[in-house]
Design a protein around this ligand. Structure first.
Ligand SMILES: Cc1cc2nc3c(=O)[nH]c(=O)nc-3n(C[C@H](O)[C@H](O)[C@H](O)COP(=O)(O)OP(=O)(O)OC[C@H]3O[C@@H](n4cnc5c(N)ncnc54)[C@H](O)[C@@H]3O)c2cc1C
Length: 494
């Protein structure tokens, strides 16, 4: 097949990686008539959209919600028969733990960046001086923060809204969502369309407001050309699925089976080579041939797999993502019925004495978890882990809690939960617990990553029958991954 020419129906496709991007790519390929096989290293499907059982409850072990800034995930859920299961979190919102104490997290932000610096919740977190400085954003020319030199989240926020917005709102949110220091993150990867929104709407606050209303520019890079994702309803931010996000994977796998896709769990790809007609992938003793190869792995693994077959990719290896550990506690503690911190609390990095980055009060956030748990029983999920770069260097000198044993991490989690919720969360109250480790699963969108993505995509577009998809290219999060994977496969088949 020549580069760019459409693969005809009846041809074969091989997808390596059975996370959400690989499964979705397989679905799109099968729908187009390609005989499709998916290789997945683990025994379970879904990658970061996993499940685990704790105290008899089946819970999400990774992703537990999706951003509703576009309808990409909701549309997919509806296609899979889960439209009626889409649920909003319980009202009340989340909190942020600042060195000065807990505050309600403003509800109208993007990555913690406020749409209105004078909103009472924003004002309480920033103080008068902080709100005044943030309000300067409206008076600054649109060029401030939108030049090529300003490429990190920190640089943008600091330039337009000042240090307090960065430290008190953005760092906790970015730490909780991306496990990363905003000084290291490429703003165009983690908040696509935001800088373009400044030029369009005149200020950062207005760009944030437009994204929240669903009128901003949400671009997902494809084979070179950006696509616009459909905006969601005004005011919404995240949603979940009754029964858990992992039910999306269950339905996706059932859909693939019904379409005749060959599913190969427990099959780790170890090498890829080009053949005269397409591709050959080896997995242990076995090998698989296909006309089209879709690599849906994390960045380092994807480049390793293809480095020999496509030498031009070899120099484009991204850094590994951080190790993130999630501690789930199921406790009998009726004192938590009043949801002291709403749906949960993010922790500002400067806060002393607390080692968690964030705590999700799952029974305070989702009705379906509360109903499944029953009266007085609560599910808490604390996350630990650091990003690459400066913080990783600090971690080497003084290892973080994520490198401790599970038992030691449990003690830390109980202490942190007690401090964050202002209710003693003790071993006596503990019904069951679990620690899930996600090593390198969160892609690290370092400054310059967007450029790397563009180059990788260009190389793939020029290589017969090759496509790469996944969070490391699309941007972290299900909304980005789902929209981008569909767009990428469509563009390959077009
Ligand atoms: C702890 C955590 C919580 C998250 N929470 C949210 C959330 O609430 N909302 C949200 O929108 N996003 C969330 N995310 C991000 C979101 O889950 C990811 O962006 C998305 O699931 C990535 O999907 P993917 O298919 O690109 O990668 P992955 O899910 O990482 O899938 C890659 C797959 O490839 C497999 N694999 C690896 N090597 C090989 C090999 N050699 N051969 C075959 N298979 C291989 C892996 O086992 C894995 O199944 C979270 C991520 C993590 C880690």
């Amino acid at each position: 097949m020549a580069a760019g020419s459409p693969p005809a129906a009846g041809r074969t496709a091989l997808v390596v990686g059975g996370g959400i991007s690989g499964l979705l790519a397989a679905r799109e390929l099968a729908r187009a008539g390609l005989h499709t096989t998916v290789l997945e290293a683990a025994e379970a499907w879904g990658g970061c959209v996993g499940r685990h059982d704790v105290a008899g409850l089946t819970l999400d072990s990774g992703a537990e919600s999706f951003a509703t800034r576009s309808t990409a995930v909701a549309d997919l859920a509806a296609e899979l028969g889960l439209g009626g299961h889409i649920v909003a979190p319980r009202p009340g919102g989340a909190w942020v733990q600042l060195p000065a104490g807990p505050r309600e997290l403003p509800k109208t932000g993007v990555l913690g960046i406020p749409a209105n610096p004078w909103d009472p919740e924003v004002r309480r977190s920033l103080g008068l001086g902080g709100s005044l400085r943030a309000a300067l954003d409206k008076l600054l020319p649109a060029s401030v923060g939108t030049t090529a030199e300003v490429s990190s989240v920190s640089a943008l926020v600091r330039a337009r809204m000042g240090r307090r917005v960065l430290e008190r709102l953005v760092e906790p949110v970015v730490g909780g969502v991306h496990s990363a220091d905003p000084g290291l993150l490429d703003v165009d990867m983690v908040a696509p369309g935001l800088r373009a929104g400044i030029a369009r709407h005149g200020s950062l606050a207005a760009a944030v407001a437009a994204q929240r209303k669903g009128t901003g520019t949400q671009t997902t890079p494809t084979h070179g050309a950006p696509t616009e994702a459909k905006p969601a309803k005004a005011g919404s931010a995240v949603a979940g699925l009754k029964g858990g996000m992992h039910t999306l994977v269950t339905e996706l796998v059932a859909d693939l089976r019904a379409r005749g896709v060959q599913l190969m769990p427990g099959t780790a790809a170890t090498g890829a080579a080009r053949t005269p007609n397409g591709w050959e992938v080896t997995a242990g003793e076995s090998s698989y041939k296909a006309d089209v190869l879709v690599v849906a792995l994390d960045g380092p693994s994807a480049i390793r797999l293809l480095g020999k077959a496509v030498p031009a990719l070899a120099g484009h290896q991204p850094g590994p993502g951080p190790v993130v550990k999630l501690v789930t506690l199921v406790v009998d503690l009726p004192a938590l019925d009043r949801r002291p911190r709403g749906t949960g609390i993010l922790v500002a990095p400067q806060t002393e004495g607390i080692r968690a980055k964030a705590l999700t009060h799952a029974t305070g956030k989702w009705d379906w978890v509360a109903d499944a748990a029953g009266p007085g029983r609560h599910v808490l999920r604390l996350s630990y882990g650091r990003s690459e770069g400066a913080q990783a260097a600090a971690a080497a000198a003084a290892p973080g809690p994520e490198s401790a044993s599970d038992e030691a991490l449990l003690d830390t989690a109980l202490q942190d939960a007690s401090a964050l919720l202002t209710v003693p969360v003790t071993r006596e109250a503990l019904v069951d617990w679990d620690v899930v480790s996600w090593a390198g699963a969160l892609p690290f969108a370092a400054v310059g990553h967007r450029q790397r993505v563009a180059e990788v995509r260009q190389i793939c577009a020029g290589t017969d029958g090759l496509l790469m998809v996944g969070g490391w290219l699309a941007g972290n999060g299900l909304a980005a991954v789902v929209a981008d994977t569909k767009a990428q496969v469509t563009s390959l088949l077009a």
